[in-house]
Design a protein around this ligand. Structure first.
Ligand SMILES: Cc1ncc(COP(=O)(O)O)c(C=O)c1O
Length: 467
């Protein structure tokens, strides 16, 4: 049995290199998957581990959208480096409990070592601030809202929103992430407290619109509290004007959170760092390693410029948790989670194996592939619809503007053939654009050319259907 498991583990370690040989998508018939499970796993009859694990691996090969494929041009789900697979295996095998330092000194210190390094890259001071790993960007954004409310309203923690005279208002652009409505619901400020703001022609937060909203809300009984700027918006890759937004927040006494879940990785590249100029003035930052740092899910990161509001939001005491030595940090009193998985190991091993220069080159390679895709699309007559320095391209065919149907049909035709995955995004004004994001450091010009072939083919069958 051991030998069979070794074969499986070997094939998993090779998967990042071999995935390109599979189709990007498999069949997605719910009945096929359910029948397979019902037929084999009634849990009355035990199945040997090697057999069950090999079967699941096969199921994942067949019935999965392979987001690690170099021609997955989709949402921010990356190819993973082998170091990530090794790290996840080690985390599972040792299962260190990171709630308290004294249970996992090596793991807690490894995470803090990595986070301090990345925090300096953001331009924040680790000795004054706080940082921890999260399940993902949503948890990191949630943490930001809790910390901002806790700093602004010391009574919020003990007595809740009912104790406040004020109605806290949170600002985010129309392109900002939708997790903020869920977070407003969960924190109790309510979804209506999230004020969505107009953007400029490039989809970036309009700072004049923000200034007017703050003034109007104050006159209207709201209390402006927190501004969320996005660095790399999900649909179109817009980067809000961070420095100008920081300026306004400083003037108005507002907490600035930068949701850099995807775009944060630009700080690793000297060439791309200027795209995020101003992020160093944030009160808090979300940055997901499981987006552009090519580590497996989930690996979000939360950074705060000051430690105190985070400590105040998550303070707790029990009679049963083990104690830790003076001068160490217990993550369960400094973050939303209690029991903690060793999330940071995959980021540590990635940085250790590659070093910062090679990592910067990987990130720059993806940006270069984005530029190359834009150029190839334009040469073939496609119209580029978004404007971002990041590798996310929205485009359409002349004549399809204002007609969402041909765009959606083109995306599904590409996906159904299985050689590439792209999506069609619905824009606030009702238009649809094709969207292709470079999410893999393994994407090559050859992969872009295959995408171009698939797009051309999909467009000509569209033209045939229209005749
Ligand atoms: C800008 C942005 N913020 C936050 C999130 C949420 O991150 P997660 O899916 O890791 O919770 C996403 C997800 O794509 C995102 O694009």
């Amino acid at each position: 049995m051991k030998h069979e498991l070794e074969d499986l583990v070997r094939s998993l370690l090779e998967l990042p290199e071999t995935i390109g040989g599979l189709g990007v998508t498999g069949s997605t018939e719910p009945a096929a998957v359910r029948d397979h499970l019902r037929g084999r796993y009634d849990f009355a009859r035990p199945v040997p581990l090697a057999e069950a694990a090999a079967d699941v691996a096969e199921m994942l090969r067949r019935w999965n959208c392979h987001v690690t494929h170099p021609r997955y041009f989709g949402n921010f789900n990356p190819s993973v480096a082998v170091s990530g697979i090794v790290a996840e295996t080690m985390a599972a095998a040792f299962n260190p409990q990171l709630a308290v330092w004294s249970h996992a000194p090596a793991a807690v210190e490894i995470e803090q070592h990595v986070l301090a390094f990345l925090m300096r890259r953001l331009g924040l001071d680790p000795s004054a601030g706080a940082a921890h790993f999260t399940s993902g960007g949503s948890e990191a954004n949630h943490t930001a809202v809790l910390a901002a409310l806790t700093e602004r309203y010391p009574e919020y923690g003990a007595c809740g929103l009912a104790a406040l005279d004020a109605r806290p208002r949170v600002y985010v652009s129309l392109e900002g992430h939708e997790s903020f409505e869920k977070i407003a619901h969960a924190t109790g400020i309510g979804r209506e407290a999230v004020q969505r703001l107009a953007t400029d022609a490039r989809g970036r937060l309009s700072v004049p619109a923000l200034a007017s909203a703050v003034a109007a809300d104050r006159a209207d009984g709201w209390e402006p509290c927190l501004v969320i700027a996005t660095a790399g918006s999900t649909a179109i890759g817009a980067v809000d004007p961070l420095a100008e937004t920081a300026e306004l927040c400083a003037r108005e006494g507002l907490w600035l959170h930068v949701d850099a879940a995807w775009g944060g990785s630009c700080v690793m590249s000297p060439r791309l760092r200027p795209v995020l100029a101003g992020i160093e003035r944030a009160d808090s930052v979300t940055w997901d390693a499981h987006k552009w740092l090519s580590v497996p899910m989930g690996a979000g990161m939360f950074f705060a410029a000051r430690r105190q509001p985070v400590a105040a939001a998550f303070r707790t005491a029990t009679g049963y948790m083990p104690t830790s030595p003076e001068g160490t940090l217990d993550p369960y009193v400094a973050s939303l989670q209690w029991s903690r998985r060793f999330i940071g190991l995959k980021v540590f091993l990635l940085l250790a194996e590659l070093g910062e220069e090679a990592l910067a080159r990987r990130i720059e390679h993806q940006a270069a592939m984005g530029d190359e895709l834009r150029a190839r699309l334009a040469r073939r007559g496609w119209r580029i619809m978004n404007d971002t320095p990041l590798p996310l391209v929205c485009f359409t065919w002349p004549g399809w503007e204002g007609r969402p149907e041909p765009v959606a049909a083109a995306a599904s035709r590409v996906v159904s053939r299985g050689r590439a995955w792209i999506s069609a995004v619905l824009r606030p004004e009702g238009a649809r654009w094709l969207r292709a994001c470079i999410t893999s450091f393994r994407t090559t010009p050859g992969d872009l050319e295959i995408l171009m072939e698939e797009l051309d083919r999909s467009r000509s069958s569209q033209d045939d259907a229209g005749r």
